[in-house]
Design a protein around this ligand. Sequence first.
Ligand code: PEP
Ligand code: MG
Length: 603
Amino acid sequence: MSTATLHGQMAAPGYASGPAHCYTFPDLLEDPGELPEDASTLAECGRLEAGLAEAEQILMQHYRDLYAAERDEEAEIFLALAALVQDRSFVRLAEGLITDTGITAEHAAIIAADHEADLLEELPDEQLRLRGGDMRELGRLVMRVLRGETNPWQGLTHPAIIVAPDLGPSELMSLPREHVLGIALAAGGIHSHVAILARSLGIPMLVGLGDTLLEHVQPDMPLALDGTTGQLLLNPSAAEQAAMHERNAQAVAREAALRNDIALPTVTSDGHVIRLMANVANAQEAQRAQEWGAAGVGLLRSELLCAEASFWPTEAQQLALYQAVSAALPDQPITIRTFDIGGDKRFDFMRYLNAPALTQPTRRNKKGKTVAPAPPAGPNLRISEANPALGWRGLRLALSHPELVLLPQLRAILRLGAGADVRILLPMVTNLAELQQARALLEQAQQELASANLPHARQVQLGIMIEVPAAALNSASLAPHADFFAIGTNDLTQYTLACDRNNSHVAALYQPFDPALLRLIEMACSSVHPYGRSVSLCGDLSSDPRATALLIGLGVDTLSCTPAALPHVRAAIRATNYQQARALARHALNAPSAQAVLALLAP
Ligand code: PEP
Ligand code: MG
């Protein structure tokens, strides 16, 4: 028996067994890094600048190597990291630390990067939070460069499982591949850049194993890492290793079988057709959706597509981004959700919404096109609201500034529609008046494009998200006015159960399988079907194959899930019997709790 088993999250699949190689971060306490009294802080700032420039060179070299190998997605990671070197608040803070506190450039880089990372990690948006890890790695990279230690893996001389507090993309890229069996991290997330790279390099990786990992694992301790269950066994027995190996071989075979099924129709065993689409946030995900046989994009989160923008994305910039997504899935419908920003979704480009900027009139350029006002100086927008989730977000925010927010976006989508099958989806709709205002703006956008002689779609379907319980309860009166419906169970769960989706203190209450949610889903489906409207479900619940039969039984017509879930949901649809799913849904609607619903579902 192993001496201990640790549980983490699977960031990259696979199985590995071998001795541990423990990687540690520089410990600032051991060496406070004070400059000698007579040292020049100006010269030290110069060292910092040189260190930053060299770090940028290293990152750009990784970018060029990956780009040359046609691994564009991974290459982009290093481009984004290189951009962090120019991050003004990071550089200014590091320089200020040198001049004000008299510490070395190495220490200033680490402290400033950690401070910036702390700020990023406080943000509610997961994509931005995960950039905190990249920022910390930048600090370590600059420190190593300044110390002349460009190879962090000098002690790694034989094949091993890397054990570390966390890793950054450039640390991973500089690993000697022949000596890496797997990676086990105390921190990290499955959507982090380093996880994306590990998946693409085929290195099995577990993240989130906690500090116990660092406390218990000694250098050269035998380990076995199981990518299918998220387990890390310390000192495994031969029998445990054999069992783990067998489980992984089966998982690999299952994955290969699913891959063979991508062309099979998404139809239940008794002939009920379900549309299987994908939720995507960028062209790479759209590409993956295409590879896994999605029947189009059921939800393009346009705010995530533009998340990296520092200025409000113009109509032309948006069009280019939408075209890139659409090109990945030619001839398939693309459902573009208009910006769902505000509340827990804050982005840099939202600083245009700062109050002073809004008092400036929107400008028109020489061609008469509306352009965003000049960016206000100062930090990112901090909308101060007592209850952001109940406040100024989604369609509410878009309708309050149509010239800046909604009209340019609608025009960009309509222009994409000249050559692609597009549908428009409105987030956070609460009542009919909002939908009618949005439709009037859609007509205005069409007229503006017609007057400017720009090719655009004349007929585009306009649908609404059901995320607010009122929209589900009033779905019968909304049905004649919306062309289609998409249920967002992530928000519908938080609003129905009065439970913040990002607050770990109430995580136990956040139960998408709660019968209250199921009733709202059933009500929406049965209210809008008589009007010939279809209902898709695009919250995270659609990516859980346990829920597939239940959702079909409740009346959902389309499931839109993450690209990675597509093969599993396809298999679950094909394993469902529609008549039995209807009966299952009836039982679930009458169940007393989420746990009772889960007990009804196939494992
Ligand atoms: C939802 O709320 O279920 C949804 C799909 O929207 P988001 O997760 O982007 O808020
Ligand atoms: Mg939502």
